[in-house]
Design a protein around this ligand. Sequence first.
Ligand code: SAH
Length: 276
Amino acid sequence: MSEGRPAGSGGANDVPERSRAAPGTVYLVGAGPGDPDLLTVRAWRLLRTADVVLHDSLLREAILEDLPPSVEVLDVGKRGEVRTEQSAINDLLVERARAGDAVVRLKGGDPFVFGRGGEEAQHLAAHDVAFEVVPGVSSVLAAPGIAGIPLTHREHASRFTVITGHETPEKDGSSLDWDDIAGQIDRGGTLVILMGVRTLAENVRALRDHGVAADTPAAIVQRATWPRQAVVSGTLEDIVERTREADVKPPATTVVGEVLEVHDEIEDDLCPFEPA
Ligand code: SAH
C-alpha cells in the first residue's frame, strides 16, 4: 500500500460502475482538512475516475498522489502555478463539462463552507451543467476534533457559531453582529473562527469590547491533520501573545468558549496525530 491510499482500497478499476464520475458532470468535492484518510469514500472514488481534477492550493500533496495517469490534475489555487481568477475557474468548469469530461472540483474541507462552492454551483446551474455536491469534513469540525476540543457538551455548550475572521469590526461593511456573537459565548456557546490568524488580535479585541470575559478559554489549531499540526491554548487575555510566541501560521482554526475546559481534562490521553 502506498502512502496516501486509504487501507483496503485499490485503483480506478476497483471503483464500482455506479460510483464512477460521469461524463459531462461537475463534482464539487470536499477534500477534508488535509489527511487523505479523511477523504470520504465518494471523494476518493470520484478522484480516481475523473478526467480532470481542478484543485485549490490548500491541499496536502498526499491526496493527489497515486491518481491514475488518465486523470489530468490542474492547480487552480490562488497560490498555484497559474493564479486563476474565480471567473476563469467557473468558465473552465463549464467548458470541460460541455466537452464531455467528468470534472472534479476539489476544495479543502467542505465545498460549501467558505469555499466559494455556492458561487460555482450558481454558475453551473446558470449554464445548465449537471453537478453534484460531495460534502467534505470541514475544518470547522476537523480542527477542533483532532485537537480534542468538543464543540458542544451537555454541561458546557448547546450551540456553536462559525464566523470568518476577516470581518473584524474595523472592516467597512462587515456583516457580523459582534454583540450577538459575544452574547452567544456569554450564554455558553462555542465560537469557531476560520481565516482568523492575521486578524486574531482584532477579533479578540472585538469580543472583549463586547463584554466577553478575559479569562474565557481560547485555542488555535494550526494545520490540523498536516505535518506540523499544533495546538496553542490559553484565554482571551493571552491567546494573541501565545500564538505569536508559537509563530502560528495559516491555515489555523480558532475556538473560543467554556467547552475548552473539557479539552484540558482529556488532552493527556489523546493519541498524538500521525499524518498519513
Ligand atoms: N472549505 C474549508 C474552509 C476554507 S476557508 C473547510 O470547510 O474547511 C480556509 C480556512 O479554513 C483557513 O483559513 C482555516 O481557518 C481553515 N482551515 C483549513 N484547513 C485547515 C487545517 N488543516 N487546519 C486548521 N484550519 C484549517
